[in-house]
Ligand binder design. Structure first.
Ligand SMILES: NC(=O)c1ccc[n+]([C@@H]2O[C@H](COP(=O)([O-])OP(=O)(O)OC[C@H]3O[C@@H](n4cnc5c(N)ncnc54)[C@H](OP(=O)(O)O)[C@@H]3O)[C@@H](O)[C@H]2O)c1
Length: 176
């Protein structure tokens, strides 16, 4: 069974996003995301992908980027240019299960990271076997939220606290 993990950062009031952006800028969290996901498969919603490509002008490098959308069809060819070789694969799926199945079949040795947003986290929480959560200990204003889930179904594997303003912690959870 490959690792299918949610990776998310949420505030105390469960906000993950506001007006199409992540409402905080925590360098350590970006580094943590990069370290965990590089070399693996990332699955995300169309809006999150458009946010990333808007910022980076390319998909997440050194990762297989699988996008969920019923309205658009992104592929690797859309991001090829003569200046820099592309280190990512990009493919679009119209539902989560077909993206997960594709990843399991084509990349059985890679981990599958579910990167949001709201509905995709909600759909994944029932079957993921891990969660990497960054819990930010402050309330934020937002319009996209992390789902409430039964914490009794997961055990805490590790916790790392950062005494910053606001404080935050990395929590690794595994399904019991
Ligand atoms: N803090 C975090 O960890 C984190 C992580 C990710 C995102 N965010 C934030 O969250 C916000 C974006 O999240 P969001 O929930 O608004 O949008 P999203 O999940 O990134 O994108 C939503 C779109 O994804 C497609 N989609 C979603 N579920 C699908 C499914 N089951 N099958 C097929 N397509 C599906 C649809 O695209 P079509 O309309 O094209 O069909 C839908 O409109 C932003 O503010 C972002 O910064 C935060």
């Amino acid at each position: 069974m490959p690792e299918i993990a949610i990776i998310a950062a949420h505030s105390k009031n469960l906000v993950i996003g506001n007006k199409g952006q992540i409402p905080w800028n925590i360098f350590e969290d970006k580094k943590h995301f990069k370290e965990l996901t590089t070399g693996h498969v990332v699955i995300m919603g169309r809006k999150s992908f458009e946010e990333i490509t808007g910022l980076l002008k390319k998909p997440l490098p050194n990762r297989v980027n699988l996008i969920l959308s019923k309205t658009k069809n992104f592929s690797t060819e859309d991001f090829l240019n003569d200046d820099s070789p592309l280190s990512s694969e990009v493919k679009t799926f119209s539902n989560l299960q077909s993206a997960v199945n594709f990843a399991k079949e084509k990349y059985p040795d890679k981990k599958i990271f579910i990167c949001g947003g709201e509905k995709i986290f909600e759909e994944t929480i029932s079957f993921c076997n891990k969660m990497y959560l960054t819990k930010i200990d402050s309330d934020f204003e937002g319009d996209a939220f992390f789902p409430k889930f039964d914490e009794k179904e997961f055990k805490v594997i590790s916790e790392k606290l950062f005494d910053e303003i606001p404080p935050y912690k990395f929590v690794e959870l595994e399904r019991k």
